[in-house]
Write a protein that binds this ligand. Structure first.
Ligand SMILES: Cc1cc2nc3c(=O)[nH]c(=O)nc-3n(C[C@H](O)[C@H](O)[C@H](O)COP(=O)(O)O)c2cc1C
Length: 185
């Protein structure tokens, strides 16, 4: 069976980001037939229709190509003021173009979030579900992967909470299985 290629997108640009650390940990823990490549959002300009045209800004073209090349996306978002980060929303707005025929149409997506608080960023997930629905993506429907109290669960750039790791790995396995079923159709 062909190796699955997943793109990991962290909603934080911060060097010591918890969300990036979570994706890094999962990348290292996945079975050999699932590859998770982290796709950085650094360098993406703020979306403006004036920048759209036959030649997109290089960072945008690169980001869209990474999304298109992936069999599925694993998004890990912080929660900012009860929604997702502007950085992630901006990236998804770029990826959503052209409307209804974009890099995100039909793409399988797993949404995860983390937060130092006890709700684990679940409100960011609610907003992301709406965004992905509007881009015709196929979000995995499962109990949400929320990593609450995250500041105590990251050590030396890795998630160390084993139940959280296993829950997230199971969710990625569900994503992989949905992709395989789709492929077989
Ligand atoms: C502007 C701003 C708004 C925030 N709003 C929330 C919030 O609504 N809920 C929450 O749980 N945490 C909130 N936080 C805390 C973030 O969840 C926390 O900084 C998180 O670790 C950032 O993710 P990162 O470690 O991947 O950079 C906020 C942080 C910032 C900077």
């Amino acid at each position: 069976m062909r190796q699955l290629k997943l793109a990991g997108i962290s909603g934080s640009l911060r060097k010591n980001s918890n969300n990036t650390a979570i994706l890094r940990t999962l990348k290292e823990r996945l079975p050999a037939d699932i590859e998770l490549s982290l796709v950085p959002l650094d360098g993406l300009p703020l979306y403006s229709g004036d920048l759209e045209g036959p030649e997109l800004p290089a960072a945008v073209a690169e980001f869209k190509a990474a999304v298109e090349a992936a069999d599925g996306l694993v998004v890990c978002s912080p929660e900012y003021n009860a929604g997702t980060s502007g950085v992630l929303k901006n990236a998804l707005d770029w990826a959503s173009r052209p409307a209804n025929a974009s890099s995100l149409k039909g793409k399988h997506v797993l949404i995860m979030s983390s937060s130092p608080g006890f709700m684990g960023g679940v409100r960011a997930q609610a907003q992301l579900r709406e965004t992905f629905a509007s881009t015709l993506s196929r979000v995995v429907i499962r109990p949400p992967v929320v990593i609450a109290g995250v500041n105590d669960k990251i050590k030396e750039g890795r998630l160390v909470d084993e139940p959280n790791i296993q829950f997230a790995l199971d969710a990625i396995a569900a994503l992989a299985s949905e992709i395989q079923v789709d492929r077989a159709c």
